[in-house]
Design a protein around this ligand. Sequence first.
Ligand SMILES: NC(=O)c1ccc[n+]([C@@H]2O[C@H](COP(=O)([O-])OP(=O)(O)OC[C@H]3O[C@@H](n4cnc5c(N)ncnc54)[C@H](OP(=O)(O)O)[C@@H]3O)[C@@H](O)[C@H]2O)c1
Length: 307
Amino acid sequence: MLSRRHFIQSSAALLGLAAAASWLPRGALAIDPEQLLQRQIPGSDERLPVIGLGTSRTFDVSLNDNSLSPLDEVMRTFINGGARLIDTAPSYGNAEAVTGELLKRTGTQRKAFLATKISANSRARGQAQFEASLRNLQTDTLDLVQVHNLQDTRTQLALLRELKDQGKVRYIGITHYLESAHDELLEVLAREPVDFVQFNYSLAERNAEKRLLPYCADRGIATLINRPFQRGQLLDRVRGKSLPDWAMEVDASSWAQLLLKFILAHPAVTVVIPATSKARYMADNLKAGHGRLPDAALRERIVRAFS
Ligand SMILES: NC(=O)c1ccc[n+]([C@@H]2O[C@H](COP(=O)([O-])OP(=O)(O)OC[C@H]3O[C@@H](n4cnc5c(N)ncnc54)[C@H](OP(=O)(O)O)[C@@H]3O)[C@@H](O)[C@H]2O)c1
């Protein structure tokens, strides 16, 4: 029997790309969703595709057709590419509501793994924020809710544990985005049971390799990696520079894929969550979840190429 990918490839070859694209769901052509690497959520039998989607700034747009249609394409590319985890937050302006609207428009609500956050200073505010997130994301339950930037951690984690016991949240976690907060993340992890921890890690910010990533591997905590491109600044370093030939040794066809593969090569990484407002970047990022990952020597070669 023909695999879906071979069917799509041969059909595209026969009919021509444009003709084939007209009957396929938008964004479906280039990537075989079944080949996207997945990793287990420790302590569960659930696996997640390693490429996720951040929404900070990129999804903070007006809820009108003009603003939503390019993001509609990002969402279709993401879901059609086999990816699932979307990270958003009440503090990202319209991003939660835009995510909810795009999932509805594309009919993909049930495929997504929805992660949002709580950033509040009291239990009552945390509870109200959670209810607002459910409304914005147009859902009754959430897959993951994280305490944002360690704000009011004890109170909010206690609330999240209750919501988990009630079946309104499946997993709980904590986040930060600065290396200076990694020690505090570790302190919280040592005293509070959580399922996920989200933090910054990239070839330019490697502090997490020292203690945080090994700790998560040892204790069975899932990791989400934010700021993989340092908000795009890392890609500015190589603008106009051609991709080295050795990139093909790890099946990378862009600088962005090299950055993401550098991160995914760490075995304690569960999902990396680059943000983008462009479908072509989304497709590019998904490709980083395919093919070979760099070994230690190639990782250092990637570091040197960006220095
Ligand atoms: N405290 C926290 O919990 C926390 C803090 C920071 C981030 N986060 C999460 O982590 C996510 C990612 O971090 P981030 O948004 O700060 O930055 P990032 O993912 O490191 O960088 C995003 C930027 O990279 C560009 N980009 C994406 N893919 C590209 C590609 N293939 N080629 C070229 N450029 C590309 C995007 O450009 P375009 O806009 O042109 O597409 C965007 O401007 C956030 O969206 C958020 O969900 C959480």
